[in-house]
Design a protein around this ligand. Sequence first.
Ligand SMILES: C[S@@+](CC[C@H](N)C(=O)[O-])C[C@H]1O[C@@H](n2cnc3c(N)ncnc32)[C@H](O)[C@@H]1O
Length: 871
Amino acid sequence: MGKAQKKTGKGRLDKYYKLAKEQGYRARSAFKLIQLNKKYAFLESARCCVDLCAAPGGWLQVASKYMPTNSVIIGVDLVPIKPIPRVVTFATDITTAQCRNLIRSELKDWKADVVLHDGAPNVGTAWVQDAYSQSELVLMSLKLAVEFLIKGGTFVTKVFRSVDYNNLIWVFNQLFGKVEATKPPSSRNVSAEIFVVCRDFLAPKHIDPKFLDPKHVFKDLSTTAASGTDKGTSANNAQANVFHPEKKRRKRDGYDDGDYILFKKTSASDFIRSVDPIAVLGLVNKISFESQEEKEWLQLDITSPDVQASCDDLKVLGKGDFKNLLKWRSALREEIGLEVKEKDIEDLVETVEVTDEVDEEQQIRNELERLNAEAAARTKRERRRANEIKTKTIQRMQLQMTAPLDIGLEQNDASLVGQEDIFDLTGTERELRNKGGIGIIRVDEDTPEDEEEDDVIEENDDDDEVLDSEEERDRKTAQLEAELDGLYDAYQEKLKERDAQFKAKEARRKNGLLEEWGGIREDDDGDSDEEGGWDQMEAAKGEVDGDSSDESDNEEPETPGRKRRRPHETDMKPDKKVKLVTKLEEPTTGSRASQVWFSQELFGGLEGLDDVEEEEEEEEEEEREDVSMASVQHHGDEEEWQDDPAAISDDDFEVVPQRDDHDVEMWDAEDENQDEVKKKHIEKYGLTTAEAVSIAQQLVNRQTTRTHLLNDGFNRYSLNAKDGLPPWFLDDEEKHYKPNIPVTKEAIAALRARQRTLDARPIKKIAEAKGRKKLRATQRLEKAMKKAEGVNETSDMTEREKAQQIVKLMRRGTAKANQKKEAKVVVAKGPHKGLKGRPKGVKGRYVMVDARMRKETRAKKRKEKANKKRK
Ligand SMILES: C[S@@+](CC[C@H](N)C(=O)[O-])C[C@H]1O[C@@H](n2cnc3c(N)ncnc32)[C@H](O)[C@@H]1O
């Protein structure tokens, strides 16, 4: 038997391995033949059997046991087989003429009733390559079988589930009356092997040599694979390569026939002209530009250096790069006329229309249609331009360059939809435009805003064409992206169904999401220590005071600093910023997003004042005790106020503070339950992550304030609109697009310490087991003492004998319970890989383990659990 088949590689020390050892079989595979024979009973009646690939001889032993005495049994293998009674063996390659001659010379003019084949070339090392040579080996054994089998004889062979499987079965069916594929229970589920029992050999006089020629038998599959029509295997893999380029895949189905090269190259022309570009991208490593035409493509503007670099090594590309390549393909196809632009088609139609002779009515109708189309195009362009402006404004707002114009009006405000749309793909562009949203747009500083400029653009035919072709390209890209998304969904579904690990990961991910800290929410128990109690009451009081003086403020002449904070409507200049103020004064229509937005320091009004006060408090310890006094001080001290950065930023625009009384969270000293509720809340959502602990420490140490945390929570991740985004993008974002909250060493140390104390606590089960052990020891001792008393009282023994007996009994009573000898676990890798017998340097009991065994045990447990649930 080949060296690679040693039994440690797959952790085969299972039931059949042990059974084989017990019953003296040389290989566990013996049980496969036993089980096959139990089902088909071909050995009992056989007088002559040839076993191809027979080492170490397990099947030969079975044949010799189950076949009648005096039968002829021949075994052939590359490696010599230890002698077995009544069995003749040869060491030779079954694919050679020598093997054929040896069998012929042994059989003389006899024919075999059974030909067995359990061949496996190089099992375990390079499975992928094995699949093909296995099929070839099967065909070689079939060749010998048809030569030596008697009419009606049986051929048993092992085939692997590979792309060649169906072809082999087809050939068997041509030569045998009954062909059945089966998997005996002793064959591992994880193994791709299947046994095919071909009975009732037809023994045709003439067998077409093509049936036994690998080139012909496996030919069909190679062509389908090459053309990419085989969706079940290579095409799927190819798609998976494009959706998940970061994953390395094994070729479980084996390499396609004639496709032994790992590095694959295709010409740019093939890629451009291919009907399935995604499959091409997934299959090849490189897209080359060799022909004259392809070299010319390289000179085109659309073939950017990025595209060229991507074509050079497709295996290192990410999803974005693949998309770019697909876009480039579409653009190039247009360029070389493989795809006709919609506009060109329209032109063509128009020319025909002009030359055609049509009646007057028809002409008017055409004219109307043309005008309608023009008007539609114009409105489309206008809408797009308006959206561009909106996006620009939103971007500016995000950069705090300007104030929001319409935030605060409605939840489904167009600008908010627009915000989502910035990240949207063109697939939904049209739909969103209809809703008043925006598409992917170029932000151009000189975007024309008035009608006049619109007209100029309309008159510019070239520009129009660019727009149209761009639209068309976008549409095609969108189509491709939609296709990609659909396939991605299907791929994820498949993964979910198949992969238990994936399910576990998903579950972990969901749990992780719950644990993640995403800033303080409004509905959180907001009574932070820092602002609770006295501080908050004072702040609220100050605010109430402020509110009460609201009206009087309007009449009173205000200091500039105060005016900045509390401007009056009538003081506003009639510019854009005024609009903001007037809109903001409609609190009932304000969305939650806008509330969060305006909770920023920038819009603070009185709140801003409070915050400034807090900062001042930290600097000046004495002033902390009297917040209102400090505030008064600020009001009077104009210069100091202007030094404050928040105040300076207020210069940009003036804001009316928005704050409802009920927004203030008051400390209710009488509510005793509050502490309890708070405790429970902390227990539930409490300090379980390093981030949470870090923040808590910062709060306790007064390094941060609740307001700061609230403001920090309003970051680029907090209003990340997700609607309409493709699932793969969202998956990716979930992994990488999240706030990175700095954690402190102390926080990690605190968490670890807590974990250690938890770990140190005795587990109930262990405590119980220890108790049981103690109980047994006492019982043993009591028993021994009773016996000793009995010995003491007996008069048949001398004192010396008694003493000896008592010592013996007591020793037994105090002895520890039989301890199980622990087995040393030896991992079957490195120097232990493929080792037979005791590994070097290991004494005592040992167990050989390997990754596969662990996987199998886990899979078995999983299955059992699933079955139980089903019941
Ligand atoms: C799974 S083992 C056979 C086990 C056997 N049925 C038993 O029960 O002991 C497969 C055997 O096929 C043999 N083999 C592989 N290629 C061969 C070839 N071309 N000619 C002869 N034997 C070959 C290997 O040497 C290996 O011993």
